[in-house]
Design a protein around this ligand. Structure first.
Ligand code: LLP
Length: 434
């Protein structure tokens, strides 16, 4: 049943994560509970950093994508591991700074950064802004002029490759709200605009992100080639040599047994060698290579522990097993059809013998966490642990039906610590006015 390195089963047949007994954790912190193996997160950070050193002869930067999972403790951990941080809102910037994250190591992304967010970012000295549109360039230009300051920017480019879990397409249309198109010429226009205002902009380089939860390496290779080709074109036209190439994130993780995403090592090697080869072919100096992983750092390190409540049989059809959370703490099955696996945390060694459907407690028929999962016979009060929920679950959680959001606990070497306390019902009305 257990196929992830974060997890093991102890003599009591209880599921363990980071050396901590999940049954004890549920008793101590309540359910639903997000539990994250801190060591595993750190290890993934190091795998990225080490792989970049090993496979890329130029300078390399790993910028963790905070949208996957960001709290004060996570921002601090990322800083301790020497990574940079990709942020996409004033809230993420605030979280990073509050945790003591150096503003100069932030990459500020987003297709519609508000005036307030930009002003705050410039005010605190955010390292680099990844610009997404002409409107944003004009807005920044005015702000830099007013401040008589120069800002470091990257331009987000649509390389015309779109990738999803097991599939990718080469798009001529480049139909995406993000970035400047290569095919429609808007990327070149943006470069021209930026280079014509050298007193305001320091154009550091270019960025692209082709998708998320990707299991193939080829689209990343194609994206790297296209981006280096574009950088060479910019050099040939304007004599400007960009120093940084940011290839975004996107590496997939294991949700279910049988999922076989590439390792971090082979992912990094693939991108690094594609950049190197393309640079050599075009006689382009090796750029500083930036990777922005989110899911592949936080995802497999996390589980969610629920308590089983109502069990309902629909004769001849299915058995619904309802848990005390659902789409409020994990919207991914409802939103993307994401598939998860689970075990009974308090009977993790028992032979799985029945196929059931795990339902959430939200007032919504679509609130199904797992359709058809094989588990031991279940009783009310059992604990269910869903795997690989470390990314895009807490960060996308809601208070639907006025359910308080769960606590988040970090575990490491047999010790646990609360990093986000459970919301209370009082918290739910804290912002309300009568
Ligand atoms: N960089 C940029 C510019 C991005 O837009 C993203 C993700 C990343 C890096 C990190 O990608 P990752 O390594 O995590 O794949 N909510 C969706 C995922 C949205 C990803 C958006 N951008 C989900 O739950 O699957």
């Amino acid at each position: 049943m257990i196929f992830l390195e974060a997890l093991s089963v102890n003599q009591d047949s209880y599921l363990e994560i980071g050396g901590c007994d999940t049954v004890e954790l549920a008793k101590k912190y309540g359910t639903p509970l997000y539990v994250m193996d801190e060591e595993l997160i750190r290890e993934k950070c190091r795998r990225y950093t080490d792989a970049l050193k090993e496979y890329y002869p130029g300078e390399g930067i790993v910028a963790y994508a905070g949208k996957a999972f960001l709290t004060l403790a996570m921002a601090r951990l990322i800083h301790e591991e020497g990574l940079y941080l990709d942020v996409v809102s004033g809230g993420e910037i605030h979280t990073a700074l509050k945790a003591g994250f150096p503003p100069e190591k932030l990459y500020f992304h987003g297709n519609n950064k508000t005036g307030e967010e930009l002003e705050a970012a410039l005010g605190v000295g955010v390292g680099k802004i990844v610009v997404d549109s002409v409107n944003e360039l004009e807005d920044l230009l005015a702000r830099f002029k007013k401040r008589s300051a120069k800002g470091r920017v990257l331009l987000r480019i649509k390389p015309g490759i779109e990738a999803h879990t097991h599939d990718y397409i080469l798009t001529g249309q480049e139909d995406s709200k993000f970035g400047f198109g290569l095919a429609d010429g808007s990327a070149l226009e943006a470069v021209e605009l930026v280079l014509s205002h050298k007193e305001c902009f320091e154009l550091v380089g270019f960025h692209c992100h082709i998708g998320s939860q990707i299991f193939q390496l080829e689209p990343f290779q194609l994206a790297a080639e296209k981006m280096v080709g574009f950088m060479a074109e910019v050099r040939d036209r304007w004599g400007y040599t960009a120093v940084e190439l940011d290839l975004g994130g996107g590496l997939g993780i294991r949700h279910r047994r049988g999922d076989t995403p590439p390792s971090i090592d082979s992912f990094v090697e693939n991108s690094a060698s594609a950049v190197q080869k393309a640079a050599e072919e075009r006689d382009f100096p090796l750029p500083r290579l930036v990777l922005e992983p989110g899911r592949s750092i936080a995802g497999e390190a996390g589980i969610t522990v629920y308590e089983v409540g109502v069990i309902k049989d629909v004769p001849g059809i299915r058995r619904y097993v309802s848990v005390d959370g659902g789409m409020m703490d994990n919207i991914r099955p409802a939103l993307y059809g994401a598939e998860y696996e689970a075990v009974l945390a308090n009977r993790a060694d028992e032979e799985p013998r029945e196929i059931v459907t795990i339902a959430g407690k939200a007032c919504e028929s679509g609130d199904i966490l797992i359709r058809d999962v094989l588990l031991p016979p279940i009783s009310r009060g059992d604990l269910l642990a869903v795997f690989s929920t470390g990314a895009y679950c807490y960060s996308m959680a809601s208070n639907y039906n006025r359910n308080p959001r769960p606590a988040v606990v970090f575990v490491s070497e047999g010790k646990s610590r609360l990093v986000v306390r459970r919301e209370t019902e009082e918290d739910l009305t804290a912002l309300d006015e009568l």
